[in-house]
Ligand binder design. Structure first.
Ligand code: ADP
Ligand code: MG
Length: 235
């Protein structure tokens, strides 16, 4: 198992105002699986994602990548994790291309090879020299997505990456992320249940600080088997 999460607990506040947001989260994901988390606002999805990504180190429990505790992996977040945040985290006064180059350790060569190909798919080629502050919400989201993808990390964590996109673009983003999931672990927080059910290999719902596996993504297969059974010759 590539990612193993054991009994993650997290609280905010102290004394009487202390609230336990994560109440013991267990999760196991194979490399190459596309995992989607659904759940109401305030249920702790972003909190969990920040912990998985190594941004928030203040939690109980353990997270293992390839059997190694992430607390012990050097530069875990910077080297191994790509993030797409709800609020994009782009630098407004830089142009699009320089935002791609921000994560630092990839070269112009990689830029050419990886980015130009993806830019076309995300319809971003024309925006390269435009300042980020001049982009629409949807455009910013696609830039953030592309920046995270070209960092070429083992784990790609996306916090509502389709939040300000229309249906068509949302679907395109899910297609892209599903493809990315073949080469790296991708976890997406989404509020779009239909897309989640359509694309996820693993589908979970966060509710009241607990994560439950939702079987809807498997239902179509169940139905398929029921139908097969019904039409199977009696013996
Ligand atoms: P979701 O992403 O599912 O909408 P969050 O993980 O952002 O939920 O938040 C879960 C709960 O934790 C919310 O009640 C939120 O107010 C609280 N919370 C999140 N971050 C902090 C923080 N830094 N300090 C205090 N409370 C927080
Ligand atoms: Mg959130």
């Amino acid at each position: 198992m590539f990612l193993v999460i054991k009994q993650i607990k997290k609280s905010f506040g102290v004394g009487d105002s202390r609230v336990e947001v994560l109440k013991g989260i267990d999760l196991e994901i194979e490399r190459g699986e596309f995992c989607v988390l659904l759940g109401p606002s305030g249920s702790g999805k972003s909190t969990l994602l920040n912990i998985i990504g190594g941004i928030d180190l203040n939690y109980q429990g353990n997270i293992f990548i390839d059997n190694q505790n992430i607390r012990e992996i050097k530069n875990y977040c910077r080297k191994h994790v790509g993030f797409i945040f709800q609020d994009f985290n782009l630098i407004n006064w830089l142009n699009v291309k320089n935002n791609y180059l921000l994560p630092g350790f990839f070269t112009k060569i990689i830029y050419k090879r990886a980015i130009e190909d993806q830019e076309e798919k995300l319809e971003l080629q024309k925006l390269k020299r435009k300042k980020v502050r001049l982009l629409s919400g949807g455009q910013k989201q696609r830039v953030a997505l592309l920046r995270a993808i070209i960092k070429n990390v083992d784990i790609l964590l996306c916090d509502e990456p389709t939040g300000s996109l229309d249906q068509e673009n949302s679907q395109a983003v899910f297609e892209l992320l599903k493809k990315e999931a073949k080469e790296r672990l991708v976890i997406v927080i989404s509020h779009d249940e239909n897309l989640a059910i359509k694309y996820a290999d693993q589908l979970y719902v966060m509710e009241n600080g607990k994560l439950t596996k939702k079987r809807d993504s498997i239902k179509t297969t169940d139905k398929f088997y029921c139908r097969l059974k019904k039409h199977a010759p009696a013996n």
